[in-house]
Design a protein around this ligand. Structure first.
Ligand code: NAI
Length: 246
């Protein structure tokens, strides 16, 4: 059966790789991204490769925009039954310098955005009696990460939210899991490296498999979790981190 999938943050990095992989597996993919032009470009690239995708300008910190985006998905692709929350932003800074607005922004993008997208799409999944949600958190929830207090707090919230949704919606055939990726080569990671939050060589040395991760590493795991066969896996934290966290 052809399913409609929403991938937030699907215009770049991990989300873009997930959107490509799900489309290649036959899903009808809606890319929600703050950068609407990039979302459309990513959708066009998927269509050129033979898949079906649309790109929409959706800011996950704005509930009305999410609801309008989901409505478009219903009318253009059908009832969404797969949701991947990959939109996120690393907001770095020493703890004592974090302003209230910075803290709020980190939570809005990384945690409340995930909450709102789940709440907007779950009624469709309940009606369908089938659904798959994958929330992209961060390996920093295992280990903490200096300079990223607001981000790590928000991503830790995503892990907690995932566990509760898994319990509440399992009776409807809906699974909810989280992938905390570690050290994946994306524009976000490159920006963090430029800001000096991490040192590339040191991070590779700390990674047992001895390389930086690829967005496709996360996409392959996500594609498995949204499969029919993964129906007995819910509420889980599936790390994709080259062995950095075990
Ligand atoms: P990226 O920066 O390449 O992609 C993030 C995408 O999210 C961008 O297209 C951006 O426009 C979009 N976005 C940002 N704010 C948004 C908003 N308010 N509404 C809608 N879209 C928004 O980053 P990357 O690395 O692909 O990150 C994807 C997810 O993976 C994020 O949630 C990030 O926190 C998480 N992650 C990434 C790691 C890495 O090593 N790259 C490690 C741990 C977690």
């Amino acid at each position: 059966m052809t399913r409609a999938a929403i991938v937030t943050g699907g215009a770049s990095g991990i989300g873009a790789a997930i959107a490509r992989h799900l489309a290649a597996d036959g899903a009808l993919v809606a890319i929600f991204d703050l950068d609407g032009t990039a979302a459309e470009a990513a959708a066009t690239a998927i269509e050129e490769a033979g898949g079906k995708a649309i790109g929409l300008p959706v800011d996950v910190t704005a509930r009305a925009a999410i609801d309008a985006g989901v409505e478009q998905v219903r009318s253009r692709l059908g009832r969404p039954s797969i949701l991947v929350n990959s939109a996120g932003a690393t907001i770095a800074g020493p703890f004592l310098d974090i302003a209230a607005e910075t803290w709020d922004r980190a939570l809005a993008v990384n945690l409340t955005g995930t909450f709102d997208c789940c709440q907007a799409v779950l009624p469709d999944m309940i009606e369908e009696r089938w659904g798959r949600i994958v929330n992209i958190s961060s390996s920093s929830v295992h280990s903490g990460s200096r300079g990223l207090a607001a981000y790590v707090a928000a991503k830790s919230g995503v892990v907690g939210l995932t566990k509760v949704l898994a319990l509440e919606f399992a009776p409807y055939g809906i699974t909810v899991n989280t992938i905390p990726p570690g050290f994946i080569d994306t524009p976000m990671l490159r920006k963090t490296l430029e800001q000096g939050v991490f040192d590339l060589d040191q991070q590779i040395a700390n990674t047992p498999v001895g390389r930086i991760g690829r967005p496709e590493d996360v996409a392959a795991t996500c594609a498995f979790l949204v499969n029919e066969e993964a129906g007995y896996i819910t509420g889980q934290i599936i790390g994709v981190n080259g062995g950095r966290n075990t």
